[in-house]
Design a protein around this ligand. Structure first.
Ligand code: ADP
Ligand code: MG
Length: 600
């Protein structure tokens, strides 16, 4: 009995497969570039003619193929990248389907030269419409060169479907971007009609982005970095001010593979919420490293879509990571992990000229907005009525960053009971819990914000010294003096440099006891030296930190009740209460419940 079902000849099957994988010259570019990356090339050249319609050639210096492999490479489902079905879940390469070369060879004229490092000669193979037309030996350097000519020569419908050179070139460039952004560690060259379009040296990611999209990009990127057990995230987002109306600069890479993911995109969009003008798109270059087992990239023939195992969690992590970076940027707009110039705003202190224009401070970030008491002494005892007023002020203001619940603030205002513990902590008891506050760190926080405020808003108060002091400076201190002088003067120091290396001090800020002046200035002149090289903060920030460190009460210092109260008053008026200026935790809470459990 004759059968009506017959197996398709290979060349027909290949043509059908090609319809899925190869839509236009850009698809050829993608497949050839990815094969070169998989072959561990360190330099890859892309050469095209007429936007790839006439020629797409990729030359790499990767591992090459043996003569046998060269023939097999053009068979369908021929791949060196997976052997077992399980391998699909541990992919580290771009390719794995083993159908790209077979598909391309079915619909174009393909010429390949290749040599491994084990061989003296290179092998070449010419295939037209799945038929081998020539095979020979030649002498080419190690690596592989594949030229694809006359794309769709045997499928007129496809050929006619191609757009103008301009449009096709745009597609090719898009594919090129996706590969080169995923691999800044590989050098890429790209020529169209013998014109060099890109010459991308091996570089860091940021430099690669800038080389591709233009140097101004350098200043438009905010770094993103987050490490979790589910995914490592790194990369950059584009500063909201530089956002575009088009979706041009949106790149996700998962395990170095460009992917499209509406849901990850949504996560980034959510992080940008409220920061973009209507109609503007966030820009991002985000790289996720995940366990290959946790993703499925097999769901789309061109492999730009990926399924994640823990989508919801990944969404939350990504959104938080981007939000965090945008947040840091809002507070410290010039912070940049790859550059050396640093932090200027909002505590900017750049100007040194006599007439200083007011520094623009975004009121959202001004920690001192409600701090009317900032010029009072930390140990001014202040009567209870005043304190009450201050506490109620705290209740009203936004307390999200205080890290103290509204409830505890309410309680403080009702009946703050304080005492000192081990001459080191101030304990403050409340209805449902108690706070144990590190006195030194709390005071550092108070002083830091006060000095920073004084410098930023230029309202330091100076007190004349009865007896001017003299301080000899060494060369290093002298050098440093130049940087911090203006900040010191605004704070209230009255300083004159005489006889080259002698500093005369005639006045000091009103919170700076005479006995501390010399020490403070010496520390300032030596510390800022050390800090300016490693920590990238403004001089104002530096000065405020050093002042706070030098002048804060020490652990072991006895404080009477009034002093304790005054410190708490000042402390709870701070913008930030959870950590000291040096990032140390300031207080712990002990819940009534915890105590009850322990005594159960
Ligand atoms: P896949 O990349 O999915 O394995 P391809 O059809 O793209 O399938 O390639 C088939 C095989 O040919 C690859 O698995 C690889 O072994 C080999 N190959 C293709 N291009 C190169 C290259 N530039 N250098 C070395 N080997 C290559
Ligand atoms: Mg491939």
């Amino acid at each position: 009995m004759s059968s009506k079902i017959s197996l398709l000849p290979d060349h027909v099957a290949n043509q059908i497969a090609a319809g899925e994988v190869i839509q236009r010259p850009a698809s050829v570019v993608k497949e050839l570039l990815e094969n070169a990356v998989d072959a561990k090339a360190s330099t890859i050249q892309l050469i095209i003619k007429n936007a790839g319609k006439t020629l797409v050639q990729v030359i790499d210096d990767g591992e090459g193929m043996s003569n046998v492999d060269l023939r097999l490479a053009f068979e369908r489902h021929a791949t060196s990248k997976i052997n077992l079905a399980e391998d699909l879940f541990g992919l580290t390469t771009k390719g794995f389907r083993g159908e790209a070369l077979a598909s391309i060879a079915a619909i174009a004229h393909v010429e390949t030269y290749t040599r491994t490092n084990k061989e003296e000669v290179s092998h070449s193979l010419k295939i037209e419409g799945s038929k081998v037309v020539d095979q020979s030996i030649s002498t080419m350097p190690q690596g592989t060169s594949i030229s694809v000519k006359s794309l769709f020569y045997n499928i007129p419908a496809r050929r006619n479907f191609l757009k103008s050179d301009q449009v096709e070139l745009r597609h090719v460039i898009d594919e090129f971007h996706r590969v080169v952004l995923a691999h800044p560690g590989i050098k890429f060259l790209f020529f169209n009609n013998e014109n060099e379009l890109f010459d991308l040296p091996i570089s860091g990611l940021k430099q690669r982005i800038s080389t591709i999209f233009g140097t101004k990009w350098d200043t438009q990127l905010i770094p993103v970095k987050e490490k979790t057990s589910l995914a490592d995230i790194k990369g950059f987002v584009v500063k909201p001010d530089f956002a575009n109306k088009t979706r041009g600069k949106q790149f996700f890479f998962v395990n170095d593979r460009f992917i499209k993911s509406p849901f990850l995109h949504h996560a980034v969009n959510a992080a940008f919420e409220g920061l973009l003008r209507p109609g503007y798109q966030p820009g991002y270059f985000l790289y996720l490293q995940v366990d290959p087992k946790s993703i499925d990239i097999n769901i789309h023939p061109t492999k730009t879509e990926v399924k994640f195992e823990e989508e919801q969690n990944l969404y939350a992590i990504l959104r938080a990571a981007v939000k965090h970076s945008l947040g840091i940027f809002q507070v410290m707009p010039t912070l940049d992990f790859e550059q050396n110039s640093f932090l200027e705003v909002p505590y900017a202190f750049k100007e040194k000229s006599a007439v200083i224009p007011p520094i623009e401070i975004d009121s959202n970030f001004n920690p001192f907005k409600n701090d009317s008491n900032s010029n009072s002494s930390s140990f001014s005892t202040g009567n209870d009525a005043q304190r009450e007023e201050l506490y109620s002020g705290i209740q009203q203001k936004e307390i999200s960053s205080l890290n103290l619940s509204q409830e505890s603030l309410m309680e403080i205002s009702e009946s703050p009971k304080v005492f000192q513990l081990f001459s080191k902590y101030i304990v403050c008891t409340l209805k449902t819990h108690m706070l144990v506050i590190d006195q030194r760190r709390a005071h550092q926080r108070v002083l830091y914000e006060r000095f920073l405020n004084a410098i930023t808003n230029k309202k330091g108060i100076s007190q004349q010294l009865l007896f001017p002091m003299e301080l000899k400076l060494n060369a290093q201190q002298l050098n440093q003096f130049e940087y911090v002088e203006a900040a010191l003067e605004i704070l209230g120091f009255q300083l004159t440099l005489i006889k080259e290396k002698t500093l005369v001090i005639k006045g000091a800020p009103d919170h700076c006891p005479a006995s501390k002046i010399e020490g403070v200035i010496e520390t300032l002149l030596s510390e800022s030296e050390a800090e300016s090289s490693s920590e990238h903060f403004s001089h104002a920030d530096q000065v405020a930190k050093t002042m706070a460190k030098s002048l804060a009460i020490k652990a072991g210092k006895y404080m009477d009740v009034k002093e304790q109260q005054a410190l708490l008053d000042d402390f709870f008026g701070c913008k930030e209460t959870s950590v000291s200026p040096f990032n140390r935790q300031i207080f712990i809470t002990l819940e009534k419940k915890e105590i009850e459990q322990k005594l159960n």
